[in-house]
Design a binder for this molecule. Structure first.
Ligand SMILES: [Zn+2]
Length: 582
């Protein structure tokens, strides 16, 4: 071997993805992402921190802990020898580096795992250091960001390693209780006990492009099942499709994405303690006065109501509400809101395309937006299952509602669905219970909730997003317990009676306003929403702001009391309201 060989090694490096020989400095400038094939090379913790945090903001947390070899473990080498070797080769004291820093100006505590150190394994020291980083976040009231890279728990420390999964998880739980954001970024590879604890039980889970995550490794699964694994098994894109991660992020976008999420969640009010379920009757009566506080926006914004033009036939309205050109939730996210960051997945196995959700800004204020997504073309409609949510969609919505409440973000829902997915697999996965859980959760969600029926408000699938403090409805939207066709098929001789059924069901915005199901009708341009989406967006934005701003001043406990009172009104004593219908 010549004397120049080691030098050559340092100057050049071979891509693990495409085998290109790459100039090291160029590779580093490209954040260790191969410019040829996009392969994300593994990063050590120090380099990861350098890429992620604001220059000059990094303050390392202490990394020295008392030496521990609790089992006197020996395989072919004594455990202390392995530790010494890992320290020498990485220059790190342990397999994780913890610090405080700012990312895009937002203070955070960080724990960054380093796969080079004994496979990023989770031992007692690693668990202790990450727990201390979480406790530091709690003390400083900052979010916690975890960057994971690990083969799992550290065998050399036996069951004590296993216990670290619980130790770190309870520190995460404390942050959750305090309404402080926790984010994990899965990097390649994240497996075993780390995957099955703090890598996935955080509020948000991001996966770096190409990262693999799983409980059992592919080799083990192949051995046990004797089967070939699907293409891309356990990769970031696979995880996204199966509802396990909120998003897949290219390394060059990671800092920006984290900054946007930190900004959104920093804006929220801290979560408040839950509201007791039962109230004495006298208490309830007293709340009648509180109700008056929230009644104001209706009166203030009633002109759209008063100025409602000639009453359109209900069946015409149904066709209008279903018009393929009608703006969708994603259209409104683009036109009414700013800076939408979509969050995916139910964490249980699927990401339903019929429901979209994430954080966005409404006139500078951060909100969690959740809505049904249809589409304009047949291909879009098919891809989105015509806006009919699966149980996974309802569970994604539930996860985002709860996250919003914990972080103090108001929830805005946009309802546009013919109904929940009526398929076989939806039933197998508990469609009824999924809808039921959303309805129940919304009745007690300790944060403002504003719902808008933008198109079709179909049955329980609609209500799963529409138990709210204020329920708005676009002028040509419909909201009904059953589709007119379904109603006609059951109560009339055949489905051709749908127009009559539509009239009988009282499903138009003015009718529902009179019944008190809807608080305010948002007028559409004189033609209709699909003829002038920009004007519709302008009107919707004004209505959202007029209704949301007063809610922001109401303490969450009172919001919940008033919301429950709102839905308590729809009992049998409501019969008198029928007099208002013509
Ligand atoms: Zn490459």
């Amino acid at each position: 071997m010549t004397a120049t060989a080691p030098r050559e090694e340092q100057l050049w490096s071979r891509c693990a993805g495409c085998a290109s020989l790459l100039y090291r400095k160029r590779l580093r400038r490209n954040l260790d992402v191969c410019p040829e094939c996009g392969e994300h090379a593994r990063l050590g913790a120090p380099e990861r921190l350098r890429q992620l945090v604001d220059p000059g903001s990094l303050r390392l947390l202490p990394d020295r802990l008392p030496e521990a070899d609790p089992l006197d473990f020996v395989d072919v080498l004594p455990y202390p020898h392995r530790l010494t070797g890992a320290r020498a080769s990485t220059g790190l004291a342990e397999g994780v580096v913890c610090a405080t820093a700012t990312i895009g100006g937002h203070p955070v505590a960080l724990a960054v795992m380093d796969f080079r150190f004994l496979g990023g394994s989770l031992g007692c020291a690693v668990g202790e250091l990450i727990t201390r980083a979480a406790e530091r976040a709690l003390d400083d009231r900052t979010p916690l960001v975890l960057i994971t890279a690990s083969g799992g728990a550290r065998m050399q420390e036996g069951a004590l390693s296993l216990m670290q999964m619980a130790t770190v998880s309870q520190a995460i739980a404390a942050l959750r209780e305090a309404g402080l954001l926790t984010v994990s970024v899965l990097t390649d590879p994240t497996y075993g006990g780390v995957a099955a604890s703090f890598a996935t039980n955080t509020d948000l889970v991001l996966a770096e492009s190409g990262a693999r995550m799983g409980f059992a490794g592919p080799r083990v699964i192949r051995q046990i099942t004797g089967r070939a694994l699907p293409e891309g098994f356990q990769t970031a894109d696979f995880l996204l499709r199966h509802g396990q991660v909120d998003m897949v992020v290219q390394r060059r976008s990671l800092r920006g994405r984290l900054t946007a999420l930190l900004a959104a969640t920093r804006a929220g009010r801290p979560a408040r303690p839950p509201v007791p379920r039962q109230e004495p009757a006298s208490h309830r009566e007293r709340l009648a006065d509180d109700g008056a506080v929230l009644a104001r926006p209706t009166d203030a914004a009633a002109e759209g109501d008063a100025g409602t033009p000639a009453i359109r036939d209900a069946w015409d309205t149904v066709r209008m509400a279903r018009h393929p050109g009608r703006p969708t939730t994603l259209d409104y996210l683009d036109s009414v809101f700013d800076g939408f960051v979509e969050l995916h997945g139910d964490r249980l196995g699927a990401d339903c395309p019929a429901i979209v959700g994430g954080v966005a800004r409404l006139a500078g204020r951060y909100v969690m937006v959740i809505g049904h997504q249809k589409g304009h073309t047949t291909a879009e409609l098919v891809a989105r299952n015509f806006g009919m949510a699966s149980p996974a969609g309802h569970r994604k919505a539930l996860r985002l509602m709860r996250l919003a409440a914990r972080l103090g973000l108001p929830v805005v829902t946009l309802v546009d669905t013919p109904g929940a997915d009526p398929g076989v697999s939806a039933e197998e996965q508990g469609q009824a219970a999924a809808i039921a859980e959303n309805i129940l959760t919304l009745t007690v969600l300790p944060t403002p909730v504003l719902a808008v029926i933008t198109g079709e408000g179909g049955s329980g699938g609609a209500l799963a997003l529409a138990v709210a403090d204020r329920v708005l409805m676009l002028e040509n939207a419909v909201y009904s317990v059953i589709s007119p066709e379904g109603c006609a098929a059951i109560l009339w001789p055949d489905r051709s009676a749908a127009p009559q059924a539509a009239r009988a069901l009282r499903l138009t915005a003015p009718d529902l306003r009179r019944l008190g199901v809807v608080d305010e009708v948002v007028s559409e341009p004189s033609s209709a929403a699909h003829d002038d989406p920009a004007d519709t967006a302008h009107r919707l934005r004004a209505a959202l702001l007029a209704n949301l701003l007063p809610l922001l001043d109401v303490p969450p406990a009172m919001l919940v009391r008033l919301r429950r009172q709102r839905f308590r009104r729809f009992g049998a004593n409501r019969v008198g309201a029928r007099a208002g219908l013509r």
